[in-house]
Design a protein around this ligand. Sequence first.
Ligand code: TPP
Length: 637
Amino acid sequence: MNDAKKFTLLDKVNDPADIRNLSNKELKTLAEEIRTYLIDVISEVGGHFGGSLGTVELTVALHKVFDTPKDKLIWDVGHQAYPHKVITGRRDKLPTIRQLHGLSGFLKRRESEYDVFGAGHATTSISAALGVAKAEEMMNTGNKVVAVIGDGAMTGGMAYEAMNNTGVQKGNLIVVLNDNRMSIAPNVWQFSNYFSGLTSSPEYNKFKGAIWDLTGKLDDFGDRLRKVTSRLESGIKSIITPGILFEALGFRYFGPFNAHNIPQLVKIFNHVKGLNGPILVHVSSVKGKGYKPAEEESTKMHGVGSFDKITGKSIVKSSKPSYTSVFGNALVELAKENEKIVGITAAMPDGTGLLKLQKEIPERYYDVGIAEEHGVTFAAGLATQGIIPVVAIYSTFLQRAIDQIIHDVALQKLHVVFALDRGGLVGADGPTHHGVFDLTYLRMIPGMVVMAPKDENELRNMLYTAVEYDGPIAFRYPRGAGLGVELKEGFEKIPIGKAEKLKEGNDVAFLAVGKMVEYSLEAAAELDAMGINTEVINMRFVKPLDNETLDYVAGKFDKIITLEENNIVGGFGSGVLEYFNEKGYKNNLLRIGLPDGFVEQGTQEELHRMLNIDAEGIVGRVKSFFENTGKDHKASV
Ligand SMILES: Cc1ncc(C[n+]2csc(CCOP(=O)(O)OP(=O)(O)O)c2C)c(N)n1
C-alpha cells in the first residue's frame, strides 16, 4: 500500500500465539489497527468489506481464548474472515486478495492450517463443525470446536438440520451466532423479530444482567461449581431468554453480547470453553463497524471494488449496463403487463437485479432468505396455482437445489422460470462461485428447456419466451457488463430449440452458446483472415438441441467445434456429441469448454485467456485442430 502505516501491535502479530498474552487494552488497540489495515487495503483492492469490519473484535477474542489451530475455528461463508486471515499469518498477502494466484476471498484449506473448513456458500459451518467435533471426540484430543455463523446464514435450512443433529448427538460444539440483522440485504430471519422484541424489554435486560453478574462471579470457583451454576442458569434462562429456541434444539444459550466488546467476549468464551455439549453464544454486531459509509450503506459495502477512503464512493464504474440490470428491468416491464409474474430471490435482491421489482411491485417480490432449496419448491407451489414464478438465483447457488428442480418442478412439469445470473466464470470470487456446472445439471433434467443468450437483447427475449412458455425453463447469463448493444423496445418470442446462423463459412463450423458467441465471432474474423473460412451459429438452446441445425452442419462440414463456458463434462458439447453418436455421424468434433477441474480466481478476462477460451485461445485451438485432423474441409457423412 502506498501509505503503508506502522502498526505498533499488528506488526508484531504473525500468528494467533502472538496475541494470547496481550491485555484487554492491547487487544483493543490491536482490533483498531486491524480495522484500519482492512480499510486501507480493501479501499485499494476491493473485496468483502462490511462483514469483516463487523468481526474484528470477535476474531481477536476467539483467537485469544481458543488455542487455534489445535482448537478448530470454522467460519460460515468465509467472506467475514479477513481479520482471521490477518491474524493467522496472511497479513502481508491481504493486498492480493481475490486476485489471480492471490489470497482467496473465502476460507481455503490449502491456504492455511487455520482454515479448517473451506467455504464460500452459506450455511455449512455447523454441519462441518459437528463433523470435526465428533472426529476430535473419537480421537480423544480434547480440542474445542467453534463454528461462527451469521444471522443471514441462519436462514438456510441446513443450519437447523445441523443444530437438531448436534442436539441429538450431544456434540461438543460451540456455535457463535454473529447477529448483525443483515444478510447482504436486510435479513429476512423471523427469529430476529423475536429477539429484538425480547431484548428491548427492560425486564429481560435487568434479568439478563443479574444472570451474567452471577455467572461472572461464580466463574472463579472451579469446574464443578461452574457446571452446577451453568445448569441452574440455563434452567432459569430458558423460561425467559431468546435462547429458548436454541435450547429446544439441545443447545445451551448464552447472550446476546456486544460483539465489539473484547473483555466481555473474552470472558464469555473462557466460560463456555470449560463446558461440554452443544453451546450457542449469541453476539450482536454492527455490519461495517467503525467505517461510517459501510455502517450506513451496509448492503452496498458488503462487497466492494476499490473505493475512495474518505467518501466511501466506488472508483471504477462500467459504462455498459450489466446483464443483471437488463434482466431486472425486463422483469419489471413484463410483470407490469402480466400480473401472474412474481420474482423470487434467495437473499440477493441487489445481486440478481430484483431490487427494482421489490421497489416497484413489492407484493410480487419474495426474498426467501439464503434458502435456495426452499425458494425452488416455494416457486413450484406457486406454479401449481397458475402463478408464474421467476426464480433468480446465481448459477453456483442453484446447485443447492438440484433435487428440488428435478422432483418438485420438472417431474410435475410445472411452469417455473429459472434466471441464472453469474453463469460461467465469475472472476474474483473464484472456484466456490464460478457458475460452470449449470448447463450440465440442467441439461440432464427431463423436460427442462435450457438457454443462454448471446447479448442483452437476447436475454430480454429469453425472459419473455420463458414467461410465455408452459413448463420448466431456464436461462443463464454472465456476470458483469453486457456487450453494450442498443436495447430494443418490446420483446420477441424465440422458437424453442431454434438456433440462428450468424455467419456463413465453408471450412469449419462453430456451434456456440452464451458468452462464447462473442468470442466465436471474433475468432472467426481472425481465422477468415488466415484463410480458414468459419461459419458461426448461435445455438441459443442447450436443451432441446436444434437437431435440424446439427444435421445441417454434420452434412456440410468435416470439422465442427462446440464452444461453451461450462465444465466440459456433460455440458452443451456433450449433448452434441451424444446426438452425433446416435446418428452415426463421423465428423471431426472438437469440444471447447472449461477443463474438468476447479478453476481458480482471477479476472474473467485473465481466466478466459489462461484457459484458451477467449478469441485468441480459440484461434490457437482451431489451428491445432486442423493440424491434427488434416486439411479436409468437407463432411465425411
Ligand atoms: C448458498 C449461498 N447463497 C447465497 C450466498 C451469497 N451470500 C454471501 S454472504 C451472504 C449474506 C450472509 O449474511 P450473514 O451470514 O448474516 O453474514 P454477514 O455478511 O451479515 O456478516 C449471502 C447471501 C452464499 N454465499 N451462499
